[in-house]
Ligand binder design. Structure first.
Ligand code: TYM
Length: 332
């Protein structure tokens, strides 16, 4: 089997720190040694009905952000999902063996249906089948994603093994969510609750394009509490989230210092936030500068998309040809 890696990101806004540490960062290493496919999931983003202008703008922006993060079109295949119609065909095949009950039980579907009861469309329901098609179209084995995608990967394995059983083949591997053999990552947001995300409300996410002032403002407004009242208390989620962000962008010494000062009740959240804002900006600044550079270079972006399209189609057309034969379509 090949050592193939696939992952994607929806172009529903700029990339944030969660996208970077959940998915992109893995690719920076993996592209050196494996056959990597990294794509912009523009089919997936249609579940929320973007305008054509918005969709187009976001796809271009995210492709520029991939490159600015260090994803290298010479080493990895960077492409746009809708450039590969074979994915849509595989999605159709997989949907024939995807069942209403299992699709309705998926946590992300239930959450989205609850949040937007007026837009429970079939694309939303079959989101995991499209995701499985993205992965299986390249017969990938590893899928670098954040913790939130774990259940979708489980569905991918279910669809792959069901196909294999049905057609008495071992054609599809059963891919796993991957983070260098470590725990999958969940980068917390700034609103004191769960994960960092673009749809979690204003100020919750740090985007790679955010300027210094915006970063500082968001961090200074992050939710905290009145402070610890006794030694060695377990911090509440909002504070634990800030420590987790320090772990990501600050030195180990800095993170340890603030944890210690929480434990002995001397912590000043203002100081923690100021330090976090500085470290965050130091992390984001070089990426931000490259984004600004790349995004204005239309010719470069078009060239990257065209190269990716060609490489991804080569792999996808091979798979779909074999799948058609396995299913029993005649090759006339
Ligand atoms: P999306 O666009 O929501 O997120 C893209 C990637 O970023 C990760 N991520 C996070 N990781 C850690 N902490 C966070 N706070 C955080 N927020 C986002 C996600 O886990 C993901 O890896 N369905 C996918 C896109 C997709 C895909 C695929 C991924 C479509 N087809 C095939 C892998 C393989 C999604 O909506 O990701």
């Amino acid at each position: 089997m090949t050592n193939r890696i696939v992952s994607g990101i929806r172009p529903t806004g700029n990339l944030h720190l969660g996208n970077y540490f959940g998915a992109v960062k893995n690719f920076l290493k993996l592209q050196e040694e494996s056959d990597c496919f990294f794509f912009i999931a523009d089919y997936h983003s249609l579940t929320t009905h973007p305008t054509p202008e918005n969709l187009n703008y976001n796809v271009k922006q995210v492709l520029a952000e991939f490159v600015a993060c260090g994803l290298d079109p010479e080493k990895a295949t960077l492409y746009i999902q809708s450039d590969i119609p074979e994915t849509a065909e595989l999605y159709l095949f997989l949907n024939m063996n995807a069942y209403l009950g299992e699709l309705m039980r998926v946590t992300s579907f239930k959450e989205k249906a609850r949040k937007n009861p007026n837009n429970v469309n079939a694309g939303l329901l079959t989101y995991p089948t499209l995701m499985a098609a993205d992965i299986l179209i390249h017969r990938a084995e590893k899928v670098p994603v954040g913790k939130d995608q774990e259940q979708h990967l489980e569905m991918t394995r279910t669809f792959a093994s069901r196909f294999n059983r049905m057609y008495k083949t071992d054609f599809f591997p059963e891919p796993v969510a991957y983070n260098f053999g470590e725990e999958l990552v969940k980068v917390p947001g700034l609103d004191g609750s769960g994960k960092m995300g673009k749809s979690e409300g204003e100020g919750n996410a740090i985007f790679l394009i955010d300027d210094e002032k915006t970063i500082s403002k968001k961090i200074m407004r992050a939710v905290t509490d009145a402070g610890p009242t006794e030694a060695n208390q377990t911090p509440p989620q909002a504070i634990a989230n800030l420590f987790a962000l320090l772990d990501i962008v600050s030195t180990a010494d800095t993170a340890a210092f603030f944890r210690e000062s929480y434990a002995n009740c001397t912590i000043r959240y203002g100081d923690l936030k100021k330090q976090l804002a500085v470290d965050m900006n130091n992390f984001v600044a070089p990426i931000r500068e490259r984004i600004i550079d790349v995004v204005s270079n239309d010719a470069l972006i078009s060239k990257i998309a065209a190269t990716g399209r060609e490489k991804a189609r080569e792999s996808a057309s091979k798979t779909i040809e074999e799948v058609r034969q396995i299913i029993g379509f005649k090759t006339i």
